[in-house]
Design a protein. Structure first.
Length: 209
């Protein structure tokens, strides 16, 4: 006990003692900070909300940078083009052959709504979208393919496809006439495809009704 009192007196009254105390305080603070730095990630969530790059899967054309492609796709995505196209009189008595629901192409390119393939009384075929919406983009096209669920341009090119038309609008019901020589038996999916950047925006897998 006597030795402890002498140590405390020395630490609080002498210059060397005060320096030693200051050193101990600094060392203790450094130790506490190091322990916090090592342990805190176990208890603290670090949230990141980074936008998905629109051009992540795009094929960049000659003379265009990825930044240019990103800007082009961002500008197109901000524009909505709505089409409300009614069923024709012939479609009212048509036979529904195949149908499917649109799903997202990826984390950014979103799609929803129904695609239905009809046989009209005269034997021709029409593809109809209802309650349809897709992320807008530059020069979107409507493709049909034998592939049941293409997830990228590789699946489309490998399986083959037929381009029906330019997408009339990224929102709303719309009709697309199939070529006379195209058999509906060969069609297993509908694809909303960005032609200049070769990106799948949305896909509807078709199955028999």
């Amino acid at each position: 006990m006597r030795h402890l009192k002498r140590l405390l007196t020395w630490l609080t009254t002498s210059t060397k003692g005060r320096i030693a105390v200051a050193g101990l305080v600094v060392a203790a603070a450094a130790g506490i900070y190091l322990a916090y730095w090592l342990v805190s990630p176990l208890f603290i969530d670090e949230t990141v909300d980074e936008a998905f790059p629109l051009s992540a899967t795009a094929v960049i054309r000659d003379g265009m940078t990825r930044e240019d492609a990103e800007e082009t796709m961002e500008q197109a995505a901000e524009v909505e083009t709505e089409v409300v196209e009614a069923m024709t009189e012939a479609m009212e008595s048509a036979e529904a052959l195949k149908s499917g629901m649109f799903i997202d192409g990826d984390a950014f390119h979103k799609g929803m709504g129904a695609a239905t393939l009809y046989r009209l009384p005269d034997g021709s075929h029409v593809l109809r979208f209802e309650d349809f919406r897709v992320t807008n983009g530059p020069d979107l096209r409507v493709l049909v393919s034998p592939h049941p669920n293409p997830s990228g341009r590789g699946d489309i090119s490998d399986a083959g496809y037929t381009e029906l038309d330019k997408l009339k609008g990224n929102v709303g019901s719309q009709n697309y006439v199939l070529p006379a020589d195209l058999s509906p038996d060969e069609l297993n999916s509908v694809i909303i495809y960005c032609k200049p950047f070769r990106v799948v925006f949305s896909v509807a897998s078709l199955s028999g009704n």
